[in-house]
Design a protein around this ligand. Structure first.
Ligand code: HEC
Ligand code: HEC
Ligand code: HEC
Ligand code: HEC
Length: 479
C-alpha cells in the first residue's frame, strides 16, 4: 500500500518551484515594506480618530473640578451635543425608555410593599442624566426639613468639587437643603472624566471604598472595566451608614450577590423602615444595576455598560462615543447589532420576551409578598406574640429584599435573566413559607378560615389600605 501510494504521489507531483536567490530576497524585502506601510496606515487611521476626538488645540482649558458641561463642550462638541440629548424625555419601550412611568399605577401591590415609606407615595421610572438634579429636587420623598446631603451624591457634577471643599464625611453629614446653592449642575463630564487627560476616572469615594472593603484596588481596573465602573459610581445598591453620619456606603464587604448583601445587612440588623402591616424590618433595595449585571452573560463575556448604553456613533465622518445614555432598544443598530447579526426586530422581541418572563415572575412574587404581610398581620390580630412571629418576619424581610433587588434594578431583568429568575423564585418561595407558617399560627389560635384580604387592585385603593395601618387603625382581617 505504502509503496503504491508513494509512487502515485511521485507520479503526480509537480516539479518544485525554483526561484533565484535574488528574486527571493527581493520579494521578502517588498513584503516587509508592504507590512511597514500597512502598519503606518493603521496607526495614522487611529491617530486621526483620536485627533477627531481630541481637539488640536484645547479651545477652553477646563478646571479640574469644572461642573459646567458647556465649558467642556467647547473642547468636545460631539460628546457634549450627544450628552444634551439625554434631555429627550418622551421615548418609551415595553418596560423602559425615558418617560417617567408611574410604577405605583402599574404595580399597585408595590404601594403595600412600601407602605409607610416614601416609595409608596411616589415611585417613577428614571429618565435621562440631564434631569438628575431637577428630579431629585422635585421628589416628594425629600419634602422634610432635614434630608441627608448624601442624596445629592449621584445627581450632580458639583459633587466632586463640593466634597473636595468640605471633606467627604462633612458633605454627607450636611443638610440637603443647605447645599442647594452650591449644587446647581446635573450629572456631567467631571463625574466620569479627568479634566486634564480625559481618561475615565472614579469621582465618587463610595465605590473606591467598597472595592477596598473587598480587598480590591479600583485603580488597577482595566479600561474595559472602567467602561462599567464609571456607571457603578451611581447604579448600585447603597445605604446611609449611621457612623460617620449618613455616610454613603455600598454593602459589598461580603460580596455583591443578593445573599451576600442580606448577610451584610443582617449582621447589624439594618432596616430602612418597619413595615406598618406586618411590623417587619425592611431593607429597601436601590437599583443594584451593576451588581445584577455582573451575573449576566454579557459581563461574563466582558461586554461593558458603555458597549450597550454608550456605543460608538459616526457623524460627518467622525467616530466618537455617543453620550446620549439611554435604553439601547432605542439605538439597536449601533449597540446590540454591532455584535449580534440578528435583525433589529429579532433583537427587540428577544429582549421583550426575556423581560416579560421576568416581569411575570416579579408580579407573582409581589402577590405572595403582599399576602405574607397580611397573613402576619392576621396572626397578630389572632393574638400571636412577637417571639412566635420573629422567624416569619426575618424570612419575609429576606424575601422582600430579594424581590426588590430585581424589581428596583433597571432593565427588567435583561442584564442577568437567569439570576433574576433565580432570585424571584427564592423570593416567592420564602414568602409562601411565611404564609404556611402564619396559617399554622392562626390554626394554633383556633382560626382555620383564610384572612379576608383587602382590595388593593388600584393605586388609590392600595394607598387607603396602607394608610389605615400607618395610622394605627388596621383593617380587620379575621372574619
Ligand atoms: C448587553 C447590553 C447591555 C449592557 C452590557 C448593559 N445594559 Fe443596561 N440595558 C440594556 C437593555 C436591553 C435594557 C432594557 C431597555 C428597555 O427596556 O428599554 C437596559 C436597561 C438599562 C437601564 C434602564 C433604561 C430604561 O430606559 O429603562 C439602565 C439604567 C441600565 N440599563 C443601566 C446599565 C448599567 C449601569 C450597566 C452596566 C453595569 C448596563 N446597563 C449594562 C442593555 C445593556
Ligand atoms: C457617565 C459617564 C460619562 C460622562 C458623564 C461623560 N462621559 Fe465621556 N466618555 C465616557 C465613556 C465610557 C467613554 C468611552 C471611553 C473609552 O472607551 O475610552 C467616554 C469617552 C469620551 C471621550 C473620548 C472620545 C470618544 O468619543 O470616545 C471624550 C472626549 C469625552 N468622553 C468627553 C465627554 C464630555 C465633553 C462630557 C460632558 C459633556 C462627557 N464625556 C461625559 C463616559 C462619560
Ligand atoms: C453621577 C451618578 C451617575 C452616573 C455616573 C451614571 N448614572 Fe445613569 N442615572 C443616574 C441617575 C440619578 C439617573 C436618573 C435620572 C432621573 O430620572 O432624573 C440615571 C439614569 C440613567 C438611565 C435612564 C435614562 C433613560 O433615558 O431611560 C440610564 C440608561 C443610565 N442612567 C445609564 C447609565 C450608564 C450606562 C452609566 C455609565 C456609562 C451611567 N448611567 C452613569 C446617575 C448616574
Ligand atoms: C460587544 C459585543 C456585544 C454587544 C454590544 C451586545 N452583545 Fe449580546 N452577547 C454578546 C456575547 C459575547 C454573548 C455571549 C454569547 C456569544 O458568545 O455569542 C451575548 C449574548 C447575548 C444573548 C444570549 C443570552 C443568553 O444566554 O441567552 C442575548 C439575548 C443578547 N446577547 C442580546 C443583546 C442585546 C439585546 C444587546 C443590545 C442591547 C446586546 N446583546 C449587545 C456580545 C454583545
Amino acid at each position: 500500500m505504502k509503496k503504491i501510494h508513494k509512487t502515485k504521489f511521485a507520479d503526480h507531483r509537480q516539479p518544485p518551484l525554483r526561484i533565484p536567490l535574488w528574486l527571493g530576497i527581493g520579494l521578502a524585502g517588498l513584503l516587509a515594506v508592504a507590512i511597514i506601510l500597512l502598519g503606518l496606515l493603521s496607526v495614522s487611521i487611529m491617530e486621526r480618530r483620536w485627533e477627531a476626538q481630541r481637539p488640536a488645540m484645547i479651545v477652553q482649558p477646563v478646571d479640574a473640578w469644572e461642573p459646567d458641561n458647556t465649558k467642556w463642550g467647547q473642547n468636545y462638541p460631539h460628546q457634549y451635543e450627544t450628552y444634551l440629548r439625554t434631555r429627550t424625555a418622551d421615548t418609551q419601550t415595553l418596560f423602559g425608555g425615558a418617560v417617567q412611568r408611574d410604577y405605583l399605577e402599574d404595580y399597585p401591590a408595590q404601594v403595600i410593599l412600601f407602605a409607610g415609606y416614601g416609595f409608596s407615595k411616589e415611585y417613577l421610572q428614571a429618565r435621562g442624566h440631564y434631569y438628575a438634579l431637577e428630579d431629585v429636587k422635585n421628589t416628594e420623598r425629600l419634602a422634610y426639613p432635614f434630608q441627608a446631603a448624601t442624596c445629592w451624591t449621584c445627581k450632580s457634577a458639583d459633587v466632586p468639587r463640593t466634597m473636595n471643599e468640605m471633606g467627604t464625611a462633612a458633605f454627607y453629614a450636611a443638610n440637603f437643603h443647605d447645599l442647594t446653592d452650591r449644587i446647581t449642575h446635573p450629572i456631567g463630564c467631571v463625574d466620569c472624566h479627568d479634566a486634564e487627560t480625559m481618561q475615565l476616572r472614579i469621582s465618587r469615594p463610595a465605590l473606591v471604598e467598597a472595592f477596598a472593603a473587598q480587598g480590591k484596588d479600583i485603580s488597577k481596573a482595566t479600561l474595559q472595566e472602567m467602561r462599567s465602573l464609571v456607571c457603578a459610581q451611581c447604579h448600585v445598591e447603597y445605604y446611609f451608614a449611621e457612623e460617620p453620619r449618613n455616610y454613603l456606603t455600598l454593602p459589598w464587604k461580603e460580596g455583591t450577590s443578593v445573599e451576600e448583601m442580606i448577610a451584610y445587612y443582617d449582621a447589624f440588623d439594618f432596616a430602612d423602615y418597619v413595615h406598618p402591616i406586618s411590623k417587619t424590618p425592611i431593607i429597601k433595595s436601590q437599583h443594584p444595576d451593576y451588581e445584577l449585571y455582573r451575573h449576566g452573560i454579557h459581563a461574563y463575556r466582558n461586554v461593558a455598560c458603555a458597549d450597550c448604553h454608550m456605543p460608538y456613533r459616526s457623524e460627518g465622518g467622525m467616530k466618537f462615543t455617543d453620550h446620549h445614555v439611554q435604553s439601547p432598544l432605542l439605538n439597536i443598530a449601533n449597540s446590540c447589532a454591532v455584535c449580534h447579526r440578528w435583525s433589529e426586530d429579532e433583537i427587540r422581541t428577544r429582549v421583550e420576551s426575556i423581560q416579560t418572563t421576568v416581569s411575570d415572575a416579579m408580579v407573582k412574587a409581589e402577590e405572595a409578598l403582599v399576602k405574607a404581610h397580611f397573613d402576619i398581620a392576621a396572626a397578630m390580630q389572632a393574638g400571636a406574640d412577637a417571639a412566635a412571629l420573629a422567624p416569619l418576619r426575618t424570612r419575609l424581610r429576606h424575601a422582600q429584599f430579594r424581590w426588590d433587588y430585581v424589581s428596583s434594578s433597571n432593565g427588567m431583568g435583561f442584564h442577568a435573566p437567569q439570576e433574576s429568575m433565580r432570585i424571584l423564585g427564592d423570593a416567592t418561595r420564602q414568602a409562601q413559607e411565611v404564609r404556611i407558617e402564619a396559617a399554622r399560627l392562626l390554626a394554633r389560635h383556633g382560626i382555620t378560615d383564610p384572612p379576608s384580604y383587602p382590595d388593593i387592585s388600584t393605586r388609590q385603593k392600595a394607598f387607603e389600605v396602607a394608610e389605615a395601618f400607618v395610622n394605627n387603625a388596621p383593617i380587620e382581617l379575621l372574619k
